[in-house]
Unconditional design. Structure first.
Length: 97
């Protein structure tokens, strides 16, 4: 692909135990979440929470502060994260509460 020499694609599989949470953070690159199993809640700062179930996806623009968590008390949440970014620029950055 042209003009992609400094780009990388990262795909992460995440598993959140019941009640697991990833508090407020952002990514310097856009990220797409795709739920494989369970139910999760994603909330972008200033917006109402969105509930995703297996098969659902959510695109979060670069620089958007957000949090996501597993509201279940008994089931795991399993999802993929797809990040396309400049090399070494896709990691999350924690935000103060």
């Amino acid at each position: 692909m042209p003009d992609t020499a400094n780009q990388e694609v990262a795909v992460y599989e995440a598993v959140y135990e019941p009640g697991g949470i990833n508090p407020r953070h952002l990514h310097p690159a856009a990220i797409t979440f795709h739920v494989l199993a369970g139910i999760g809640i994603w909330q972008e700062e200033g917006k109402p929470p969105v509930t995703l179930k297996a098969g659902d996806s959510l695109f979060v623009p670069a620089g958007t502060i957000h949090a996501h968590w597993n509201p279940s008390s008994s089931e795991r949440l399993r999802f993929l994260e797809f990040i396309v970014a400049e090399k070494d620029k896709g990691r999350s950055i924690p935000q103060p509460k």
